[in-house]
Design a protein around this ligand. Structure first.
Ligand SMILES: [Fe+2]
Length: 225
């Protein structure tokens, strides 16, 4: 039986953020101050999103297995600590590249930022796999899908609206057609009409072109006779 993966959508959003920035890092012209400013701002958004995500997991998700598999809980908490170390390393290079320096120094920091971010990506891809496989196996042993969905719902209510909307937009960027349709239907039921209309406008700019048809408003149904 297919079980509910509580990490599924949010991890797809986080991966979309990682891939998006990593590609921009590879394409950046580090001699253009505007490019560098934009990249740094994007990098900081990604690092903040991962820090916030780890906080939620440490406090509301990993404790679900505290009495069941303490070793695994500690291992995943430890990986969140390791993530902080990788983040610190990245922030040091980000700080350094913003200081006055000659082109050679700038290019050394630019390279360091790229390698540090690749390390961050690699570590987190592996970490998220572990949560979706090893952690989920333990979780599914002790909790029903309904119980896990209830925790998910509780967490989603705790997230402040702007950050929730940002997370949803990244989910749309990272998800497949079925997931996009499901998310949009759910939001249409939850939001007032005008708020949903505004969200859909932002979503159109965010989803890949091939999925834009999924965001068309439903055609009014006319009686045939
Ligand atoms: Fe995690």
């Amino acid at each position: 039986m297919k079980r509910f993966n509580a990490f599924g959508l949010i991890h797809k959003a986080l991966r979309a953020m990682l891939f998006d920035v990593d590609l921009e890092l590879q394409q950046a012209d580090w001699n253009k101050p505007e490019d560098v400013r934009q990249l740094i701002s994007k990098l900081q958004q990604v690092l903040n999103a991962f820090e916030h995500h780890a906080y939620i997991e440490d406090n509301y998700v990993l404790p679900l297995i505290a009495g069941k598999d303490r070793h695994l809980q500690q291992e995943l908490e430890g990986e969140h600590q390791q993530d902080k170390i990788l983040t610190e390393a990245l922030l040091e290079h980000i700080e350094a590249i913003q200081k006055p320096g000659n082109p050679l120094e700038k290019s050394i920091h630019a390279n360091a930022i790229q390698y540090a971010f690749h390390a961050f990506v690699a570590f987190n891809l592996d970490h998220m796999n572990k949560e979706e496989t090893t952690f989920n196996r333990v979780l599914w042993q002790y909790y029903s899908d309904e119980e896990i969905m209830a925790v998910n719902e509780q967490i989603s209510k705790m997230i402040e609206p702007a950050s929730r909307e940002n997370g949803l937009l990244w989910m749309l960027r990272g998800c497949n057609a079925a997931e996009i349709s499901m998310l949009m239907q759910k939001l249409e039921q939850q939001l007032p009409a005008e708020a949903f209309h505004q969200f859909r406008k932002k979503a159109v700019a965010q989803v890949p072109g091939k999925f834009r048809y999924l965001l068309q408003p439903a055609e009014p149904v006319h009686a045939l006779y």
